[in-house]
Design a protein around this ligand. Structure first.
Ligand code: NAP
Length: 293
C-alpha cells in the first residue's frame, strides 16, 4: 500500500490566497500588516527560516521588519528590542527566532512580547487562553498540523492520537488542541522517558512525530492505514549532496509510506503550513488593531 501524500505546500498556498482580500481590506484603511523578526546570532538554519518568513510576508504585500543582534547580545538588549517592537504601531506581529543563545532566558524574552502581538502564540497568556478555548493566537506549527489533519478529512473523533515529543512549541500545544471537543481524539504524549515507544505508536490512528530525531519512526512502528504527520526537520550528513547534507524528517518516509494511510513529506508538509499560520496570525493581529483604533 502506498499512502496518500498530505501536501502542505498546496494547502498553504490556498490559505495564503484567502489572506489576500483581507490584506487588501486593511490596506484600504491605510494599514499594512507588519511582522517584526528578531534574529540573534548566525545559526544557518535560523537565518534560512527567517528569510523564508520574510519572503512569504513580502509576497503577500505585507511588511517585514528585521532586527539582527550578535550571538553575544545580552538578555537586556534582546528584551529592549522586543519592547521597541511592542510600542511600534507599524508592527502587528513579533517573532523572536528560537533558539536563543544559551546565556539568555527564552522564557523571559517571550514574556516580554505583548500578547496582542504574539503571533507565534508562545506567551503564557496566549497558551493559557488556548487551554481554556478563549480567542488567542494558536502556536503556528500545531495550528498548521491541525489544519492539515482537518483538510485531509482524517477521522479524529475518538481516534487514538499519539504525539512523539512534548516541547512547549510543538508537542504540548498539539496535545491540547487534539483533545478539544471539536477534534475529540484520545491523546498519548511520548517523550524520552517513554518505555517502549513502538508499543504506543503502533496503536496510533493519528501519529504526530515531533521529536527532532531523524527517521525515528520506522515502518514497523506504524499501524496500517494511520495518518502520519512528520513535524521533524533535521539536517543529516549526505555525501551525495553538493552541500554535504539533506533534510530528513522524524519519520522514515520510504518505509512508512508503505504502511500509513496518509503521510506528510519533508520538505513540503508541515514546514510551509507553519509559515502560513504565522502570516495568518499577523493578518489577524492587524485586523484586531484596526478594531481597537
Ligand atoms: P525539542 O524542543 O527538542 O523537543 C523534542 C521532544 O521530543 C522532547 O519532548 C523530547 O523528549 C522528545 N524526544 C526526543 N527524542 C525522543 C525519542 N527518542 N523518543 C521519544 N521522544 C523523544 O524539539 P521541537 O522544537 O519540538 O522540534 C521537534 C522537531 O520539529 C525538530 O526536528 C524541529 O526542527 C522540528 N520543527 C519543525 C517545524 C516546522 O515548521 N516543520 C517547526 C518547529 C519544529 P524530552 O522532553 O523527554 O526531552
Amino acid at each position: 500500500m502506498s499512502a496518500t501524500l498530505l501536501d502542505g505546500k498546496k494547502l498553504a498556498e490556498s490559505i495564503r490566497k484567502g489572506l489576500v482580500p483581507r490584506i487588501e481590506a486593511l490596506k484600504n484603511k491605510a494599514i499594512i500588516p507588519g511582522l517584526a523578526v528578531l534574529l540573534v546570532g548566525e545559526d544557518p538554519a535560523s537565518i534560512s527560516y527567517v528569510s523564508a518568513k520574510e519572503k512569504a510576508c513580502e509576497e503577500l504585500g505585507m511588511k517585514s521588519f528585521e532586527k539582527r543582534l550578535p550571538a553575544n547580545a545580552s538578555e537586556a538588549e534582546i528584551v529592549s528590542v522586543v519592547k521597541s517592537f511592542n510600542s511600534d504601531p507599524k508592527v502587528h506581529g513579533i517573532l523572536v527566532q528560537l533558539p536563543l543563545p544559551k546565556n539568555v532566558s527564552e522564557t523571559k524574552v517571550i514574556e516580554a512580547i505583548s500578547p496582542e502581538k504574539d503571533v507565534d502564540g508562545f506567551t503564557p497568556e496566549n497558551l493559557g487562553r488556548m487551554m481554556i478555548e478563549e480567542p488567542c493566537y494558536l502556536p503556528c506549527t500545531p495550528h498548521g498540523v491541525i489544519k492539515l489533519i482537518e483538510t485531509a478529512g482524517v477521522h479524529t473523533k475518538g481516534a487514538n492520537a499519539v504525539i512523539v515529543g512534548r516541547s512547549n512549541i510543538v508537542g504540548k500545544p498539539l496535545s491540547v488542541l487534539m483533545t478539544r471537543k471539536s477534534i475529540n481524539s484520545t491523546v498519548t504524549v511520548c517523550h524520552t522517558g517513554t518505555k517502549n515507544l513502538a508499543e504506543h505508536t503502533k496503536r496510533a490512528d493519528i501519529l504526530i512525530a515531533c521529536a527532532g530525531v531523524p527517521e525515528l519512526i520506522k515502518g514497523d512502528m506504524v499501524k496500517p492505514g494511520a495518518c502520519v504527520i512528520d513535524v521533524g526537520v533535521n539536517r543529516v550528513t549526505d555525501a551525495t549532496k553538493a552541500k554535504g547534507w539533506r533534510l530528513a524528517g522524524d519519520v522514515d518516509f520510504n518505509a512508512v509510506k508503505e504502511v500509513a494511510g496518509s503521510i506528510t513529506p519533508v520538505p513540503g508538509g508541515v514546514g510551509p503550513m507553519t509559515i502560513t499560520m504565522l502570516l495568518f496570525n499577523t493578518v489577524e493581529a492587524a485586523e484586531r488593531s484596526a478594531v481597537r483604533k
